[in-house]
Design a protein around this ligand. Sequence first.
Ligand code: MN
Length: 473
Amino acid sequence: MAELGWGAATHEGQIRAQNEDSHLVHPSLFVVADGMGGHQAGEVASAMTIAELARRQPDSGLMHLDDLVEAINVANEKIFTAAVHTPAHAGMGTTVSAVAVVDDPHAGEVFGIANVGDSRVYVLRHRKLRQITIDHSYVQELVAEGAITRDEARTHPRRNIVTRALGIESYTRVDSWTMPIIRGDRFVICSDGLSDEITEGEITEILEAFPDSEVAAQELVNAANEAGGRDNITAVVIDVFEGEEPPDPTEEIDVVTLWEDDDEPTGETQIITDPLPDDDTDDTGDADDAQPHETSAAETVPPDVDQTMVPTRRIGVWGGLLAFGAITAIVVGAVLFAAWARTGYFVAFNDNDEVKVYKGRDGGVLWFDPTVDADTQFTRENLTADSAEQVEQRPTFQTKDSASAFVTSQLEAKPGTILTPPASSEEVDPEPEHTPDTTRSESTTTSPSSTIAPTTTVAATTTTSASTTSTED
Ligand code: MN
């Protein structure tokens, strides 16, 4: 039977007028929730979460891990509904990180851990502090990608952007694990007001310096306040006095593997496309000795909720990101569509029965009408009947080169025809530089209109192409 000790402390910090963090300490359930949203809405969201979890505690026995996850899902639905129906609470949300003693069908009494957002659970074992939750935050994704270090994440300007939270959507994914209850383990559950202000090294020093749970929690909060206290600060410390024998230190698996188990690489995408509940609602990881699982029961105690509050910074940035993403998607889509509409070439007669190479989709797409990309020396009059028939088919090509090749190699003039430079070529290029060099046809891509003709009469390079490529005078 596990025997635990615990302590908790919270503070609004040095800048914010209110404390929107909420926490719960109960003989078998410990929770920290960091609310967000203006006009005290964040405080409402975090308090609702704590209340729902406390309410779910059975009168006797232990919860299963599934019960804990279910309670968090219900809290999410309630917050989401309240946010939608109460203008003052629009956009409110909260993180939640919970450690509970749960009943596992296979392992018996174990710790169940559940997390949504960037509030953290650490465990100190063998004098080594390890984070056993994964932050659902923008900077965590940067850390996972190797773009920044964990230390840089603490001071990153966008460190407050969470990629998952309760209350933002009707459904949310809850990460959950179980792990054995090991004698001597010391847990810390905290809001980002602690982890952003002091390093993990400093947290470790404080935990080692203050054996009493309550004192340790208060010292952690004090240290964060002394470091700046730019956010609300909450720390819950749990000590395992009785439990399983600690494993050999050398057998420990570094908890960093947990990050790699996160199967959702991008936060923005998560929120926008988070699927409806499916069979994989619980992320599982096997860092250390944590295992996915479930359990049941204890006694209900009124939530120890601290009333206090925070600005809408996180949701604000968040909404901005979503809007930015949506606009970006529209712009990118429009550009891609325009590019597609302008892609390709085809050969056809114009209204004057002259053969032209057109750029764009035959018939046009919306306002993207095809444009004449190159003139030819052929007309309906000077083409053989077979060739005129081919042009009537309006053949299409992927590239300008293939369209040009069709004109020069497939179309034949009637015997005895004298091909003359097309009139339009003269108009566009007042001083056409005629050359028999067929390779010059490549340079016609810089010309607004060019001429394609049998290889011996290729013309219409632009006058700029020669001068701009010259490097010597
Ligand atoms: Mn916070």
